[in-house]
Design a protein around this ligand. Sequence first.
Ligand SMILES: *Cc1c(COP(=O)(O)O)cnc(C)c1O
Length: 367
Amino acid sequence: MTSDEFIPPAKPIIGDEERAAVDRVMRSGMVAQGPEVAAFEEEFSQHFVAGRPTVAVNSGTSGLHLGLLAAGIGPGDEVIVPSFTFAATGNSVALTGAKPVFADIEPETFSLDPVAVEAAITPRTKAIMPVHLYGHPARMRELAEIAERHGVALFEDAAQAHGASLGGRPVGTFGRFAMFSLYPTKNMTSGEGGMVTTDSPELARGVRLLRNQGMEKQYENEVIGFNARMTDIHAAIGRVQLTKVDGWTAQRRENAAFLDANLSGVVIPPVAHDAVHVYHQYTVRVTEDRDGFVAALRNEHNVGSGVYYPIPNHRLPSLAPYAPGLDLPETERAAREVVSLPVHPSLTASDLDRIVTAVAAVAKAGA
Ligand SMILES: *Cc1c(COP(=O)(O)O)cnc(C)c1O
């Protein structure tokens, strides 16, 4: 046991500017979706996706769901997704009435394996939706080529990857649409929220309709829709965070470089040669007794960590009915071996030293 303070695995940063922005909106008396949301959409779009049409919604999950619906995905369709991700990826497909088809990942990036994706394509396949897991871009060039050759769409779950890029091209600009989450543990937050970015003004309009009861003009409902609007309170928080996120990402990348150079006894996360990894998570592999490793970090060194994700989606009680008898060996191995160490921008130099020392000690004891 140690007397050192607990190092949490994640720590949202909410400052005075965010509080002042909320207060400003509250005082205006207009708190539902309004000018703050419109400004946030425009600023987010310029910041991350080179000005593509961008629509704010009340969560990342809503963003995926509405994006899929606006792209025409529905009953009878199949969408290929990873199983090694947060359940919202497969859930959003299932919520449209389509079938999530789970394909295996490649071991380096933890994202969809293009070979496995191609093998999973059937005449019912309408789209491929990779996840840029942990903030590292998925293999978008190979997946785009496969999508084009088979005449299916490419979407992106960029929930964890604000600012990541591949060959200089930002994630969120590869697919017909992409979703970014603004949940508090993500690289930036609006409290709750999501952004849908798209290369299609028509798809953007579809998401706008679906988020607001199917209305563009008040009380002239064109389609059956939801209430998935973002509030101006949330948008005001997000706009402030947007001015800070690049600094936080730079700090995450600096922390990751330190861990890369100093960790021992674990497999550090590889980065593709022309990828920018934004380290939503810094995820290592522990090949023997991962759960013992996590417990020892916590109990003996007061260092928090996270396992994302211990149960692959295709074995969750909720999603397993879509995948009877499916075997995804790299997904299973990742679920057994991964541990995400703290990498968030609030870590101090002494925290980073403690993480390195703790990992070395625990890995040695387990060897
Ligand atoms: C967080 C997350 C989501 C869902 O976003 P919410 O804003 O929490 O609804 C979807 N996919 C992935 C990979 C995520 O990490």
